[in-house]
Design a protein around this ligand. Structure first.
Ligand SMILES: [Zn+2]
Ligand SMILES: [Zn+2]
Length: 248
């Protein structure tokens, strides 16, 4: 009955597609969002940067992030604004969720992972409303890439066109690896990942090859720990050129 099996397969595929579509209603499916107004479409530097928290983070963490960002990107921001805590509505929270095991199958319970588009959608709204040049969100929820469903448990992602980023803290915690809590290490990782994503908004998608450079791609936590907070000389030159283009 090969013919029947073929149909069965087809129906199963459609069912999968439909299921995906239904769980995503209410969040943008593609990478294209409603465009913000003209003035905010163009990157103008220096600008205002907003940081939004999708979880209850210590206020001390914001001040640390702010201090490092000001150190690394010195005059790029007029102001770094703490946008406070934001929560998805219960309905939106369930949208686009994928259930996946955090590591080895069967050993742990499945976690609910959220698509990055869900964050971008609200970040773009807030960026427009508050007239910010760029915006970054910190969340303790696990995230997957909306542009590639197979990239799960991301550290962070940036939507270049709309100048917004999201960083997930889940895998930056020692507890995720069943190790003892280490707040200092956690904060270092959060700061590095935020600097990295802001670096993408300013300098584009390319990663740096230099070992200690914060713009180096990290595929795991060890690689984040190995790199520094800082930009290498090559990236500094890139940044300097941007500054020159904007005359500041
Ligand atoms: Zn990157
Ligand atoms: Zn570099």
């Amino acid at each position: 009955m090969p013919k029947f099996r073929k149909y069965e397969q087809k129906i199963r595929k459609y069912k999968e597609k439909l299921k995906k579509l239904v769980t995503r209603i209410g969040i943008s499916y593609s990478e294209e969002f409603e465009l913000v107004d003209d003035e905010l479409k163009k990157l103008i530097l220096p600008c205002h940067l907003g940081i939004l928290f999708y979880a209850d983070f210590d206020a001390k963490l914001f001040r640390q992030i702010e201090s490092y960002l000001n150190q690394i990107f010195d005059s790029y921001f007029f102001e770094i604004i703490n946008l406070g805590q934001y929560n998805f509505s219960k309905e939106l929270l369930s949208k686009g969720v994928k259930k996946e095991y955090k590591e080895m199958k069967g050993i742990n319970d499945k976690l609910s992972i959220h698509p990055t588009n869900k964050f971008y959608q609200s970040l773009i709204d807030i960026r427009t409303k508050d007239r910010l040049g760029m915006i970054i969100a910190l969340t303790d929820l696990p995230i997957y890439s909306s542009s590639d469903d197979n990239i799960l448990f991301l550290f962070g992602e940036t939507h270049l066109k709309h100048r917004c980023s999201v960083v997930s803290t889940l895998k930056l915690k020692e507890q995720f690896y069943d190790r003892q809590k280490d707040n200092e290490l956690f904060e270092q990782r959060v700061i590095k990942e935020i600097i990295h994503e802001i670096g993408h908004i300013l300098m584009g998608f390319t990663h740096c090859e230099e070992n200690s450079c914060v713009m180096r791609f990290s595929k795991n936590i060890d690689e984040i720990d190995k790199k520094s907070y800082y930009l290498c000389e090559i990236c500094k030159i890139k940044l300097y050129k941007i500054r020159k283009d904007f005359n500041f």
